[in-house]
Design a protein around this ligand. Structure first.
Ligand code: G3I
Length: 318
């Protein structure tokens, strides 16, 4: 096969994409490309708490089960995303209807319900997503307020009990370059490991924008994570730009994708590189950053852009 997945074979690093389940169901070209190009998949939304338990006690596993079925029939592994996050929570979870003790119990039950439902079918879980502020302090979330800073360790212990074979990741953005945030990220994982908390992977989301510059020190940063002996992964890579695009922007974008993939391939424990959507046809960026977009390796006709060629050539050289 000629796609990215063929190029990645034998490198020790899997190539993945976030999957939009509506597109997978309704767009045959999208579906064919997910199967052809990738050997891991991450649900872009359908495993988030708001999606799986929109009403308390009523679970909606169907869309995520469909993705697992699709992955199995295409020989792909699944990255679960995400068990503990402050965003995309169901509206029934709030701090007025529940006490702190009740919220702790709800979070524990949620982790056991979800990681338990998918037990044995998830390669790697993003257990705790986006726990840090830019200055390296813990983000002030419903979970920090209800459970205290120990919520991170608790979440990993519960997830490990619920599904002992999944590789458990912590995951954050702006985690690619050296900064107060990545120093704190490194220290957090080091401390958790010292306490024998079952955190097994560092996720770097990898959302870049060419207007901010590219993280030239990404290799140095990944190396120190790697040296802790935990797995690493680029979990949500995309490189956005201010529109309209031109050849310079498209080229800078390709360099961003390539820079992160090279860092991944140059360390020992970087097990996967996942793009957060592979075609500009379906992408979250324009809806959130107005005037920006074209953040993925294929255009809105699903034709390869320079970023696609860079990813493929980088894998082939590895
Ligand atoms: O499902 C509802 C639908 O019922 C409703 O009619 C529609 C109207 O707005 O909204 C739909 O939900 C949207 C959902 O995506 C599914 O399409 C939400 O509004 C929208 O906010 C949500 O956006 C997702 C975003 O996370 C939410 O924070 C993006 O698709 C998804 O790409 C994005 O992914 C995150 C990662 O999980 C974590 N890291 C950052 C990354 C990018 O923000």
């Amino acid at each position: 096969d000629t796609g990215l997945r063929g190029a990645a074979r034998g490198t020790g690093t899997r190539i993945g994409t976030a999957v939009d389940m509506n597109a997978l169901a309704n767009d045959p070209a999208y579906k064919a490309a997910v199967a052809r190009e990738f050997d891991t998949v991450t649900p872009e939304n359908v495993m988030k708490w708001s999606e799986v338990e929109p009403t308390q006690g009523t679970y909606n596993w169907g869309p995520a089960d469909d993705l697992i079925k699709f992955a199995r029939s295409n020989g792909q592994k699944v990255r679960g995303h995400t068990l503990v996050w402050h965003s995309q929570l169901p509206s029934w979870i709030n701090e007025t209807d529940f006490t702190k003790a009740q919220l702790r119990d709800l979070l524990r039950r949620h982790i056991f319900a979800e990681a338990g439902h998918f037990k044995g079918k998830i390669w790697a879980w993003d257990v705790v997503n986006e726990p840090l502020n830019e200055d390296g302090t813990l983000r002030d979330t419903i979970w920090l307020r209800a459970l205290g800073p120990g919520y991170i360790a608790d979440a990993f212990r519960w997830a490990h009990q619920a599904d002992p074979s999944a590789i458990l990741f912590i995951n954050d953005y702006n985690a690619e370059w050296l900064s107060p945030k990545t120093d704190a990220y490194y220290k957090l994982v080091k401390d958790l490991r010292r306490q024998h908390v079952p955190v097994q992977g560092f996720g770097m989301q990898g959302h870049l924008g060419i207007q901010y510059g590219l993280p030239g020190d990404v290799l140095e940063n990944v190396k120190r994570f790697d040296a802790l002996g935990v797995k690493t992964a680029f979990t949500e890579v995309d490189v956005r730009m201010i529109l309209p695009s031109d050849q310079y922007r498209t080229q800078a974008q390709a360099e961003g994708f390539g820079l992160m993939l090279r860092a991944c391939l140059l360390v020992k424990n970087c097990i996967s590189y996942t793009v957060w959507g592979f075609t500009d046809k379906y992408n979250w960026v324009p809806g959130v950053f107005s005037g920006e977009g074209e953040a993925t390796p294929m255009d809105d006709q699903m034709q390869p852009k320079p970023a696609y060629d860079t990813l493929r050539e980088t894998f082939l050289l590895a």
